[in-house]
Design a protein around this ligand. Structure first.
Ligand code: 5AD
Ligand code: FES
Length: 349
């Protein structure tokens, strides 16, 4: 049994692929020894392709309006306690300007699914960013849209798109979302983004309600097959104004274990140590980096709106100026032998 676990890890390291039931076994029977070995392989691979370099992405949370009602998310439309805001084009450009001076070369525009932001308005923002900062990448993280919309935004200059698949199991998906939301459409969106030549990021929450180890194995198999350029995973954290308020948060331990596995599946993948990881543990992001992550995404949003973009309770970094955030993170990364660099940090094949 114990040796079988180690055999599986050797197999994963050799072939970057396992069967669904093997992934499940790896999760179900994890122990200290397995964790250590996965971490070692993950770090060897990360070092081979990226050295000790960490990429930074400047996150601009430009609207917390959302037409959806995901059961886990604090921005869900049914949450009347959420104080809604939108940034206009000038406010967004101002965040980017500050970010550029701080060394950011990727801007991530993130929002709820907000109908106010039509293709036309978004294209104007994306074009302006690309015009002002021709050496920067623009990443969108604005949810499910039509093929046509993704196409227009791509033509306006958007380089990358983050759309977490949330779970690769249709049944589980339906337990996390209201009936209006469709698992098939989620996957269709990811395929469309791929067709349009975006660098695509998927991802999921660790420890979300009703998640089984089989579900996590399905997530790993999905990542293996879809081959995303990026993958965002972080622990589920309950939000007090959602139907999931009484569920337990996911753990740092399992999140880090999965980060190591994902690094081994796709050695060159861009893998963030997420804010959620830093929220459940004061050194969660450091633990994520040491498990195989190679990206951090400090917040560039104006301080006066940060508390309002509350996906989950107790989100960190909501009081700091952008400059403080990056200084804090640089120090943290240095403490664990890593170095933040000024670079677009594209996926390289
Ligand atoms: N806990 C952790 N992550 C969450 N997200 C949304 N709500 C929560 C929560 N309560 C994640 C989702 C979404 C991303 C923007 O944030 O995976 O895709
Ligand atoms: Fe906004 Fe889920 S609540 S996308």
């Amino acid at each position: 049994m114990k040796n079988y676990l180690i055999e599986l890890i050797e197999k994963l390291f050799k072939y970057h692929s396992l069967e669904l039931n093997e992934y499940e076994f790896l999760i179900e029977n994890r122990n200290h020894e397995a964790t250590k070995l996965l971490k070692k392989y993950a770090n060897d691979l990360k070092r081979e392709f990226y050295g000790n370099k960490i990429f930074i992405r400047g996150l601009i949370e430009f609207s917390n309006f959302c037409k959806n009602d995901c059961l886990y998310c604090g921005l869900r439309k049914s949450n009347l306690n959420c104080e809604r805001y939108r940034l206009n084009k000038n406010e967004i450009l101002k965040c980017a300007d500050e970010g550029y001076k701080l060394g950011f070369r990727t801007f991530v525009l993130q929002s709820g699914e907000d109908n106010y932001f039509t293709d036309e308005i978004l294209c104007e923002i994306v074009s302006a960013l690309k015009l002002n900062y021709s050496d920067c990448a623009v990443t969108l993280s604005i949810g499910e849209r039509s093929f046509k919309s993704y196409k227009i935004l791509r033509e306006a200059g958007a380089d990358r798109y983050l759309l977490r698949h949330e779970t690769a199991d249709k049944n589980h998906y339906e337990k996390l979302h209201p009936v209006e939301m469709s698992f098939n459409n989620r996957l269709e969106c990811l395929r469309n983004l791929r067709k349009l030549n975006y660098q695509v990021g998927c991802g999921f929450m660790v420890g979300s309600p009703f998640q089984s180890n089989k579900n996590l194995a399905q997530d790993l198999k999905f990542i293996e097959e879809f081959k995303p350029e990026m993958c965002g995973i972080g622990p589920f954290i309950p939000h007090k104004d959602t139907p999931f308020k009484n569920f337990m948060a996911g753990t740092v331990e399992l999140t880090c274990y999965l980060l190591s596995i994902i690094r081994i599946i796709h050695p060159k993948i861009l893998l963030p140590a997420t804010t959620a990881l830093g929220t459940v543990d004061p050194v969660g992001r450091e633990k994520g980096i040491l498990s195989g992550a190679n990206v951090v995404m400090p917040n560039l949003s104006p301080v006066n709106v940060r508390k309002k973009y509350e996906l989950y309770d107790n989100k960190i970094c909501t009081g700091d100026e952008s400059a403080q955030c990056i200084k804090c993170l640089s120090g943290r990364m240095q403490n664990i032998g890593h170095e933040i660099i000024t670079d677009r940090g594209d996926f390289k094949n």
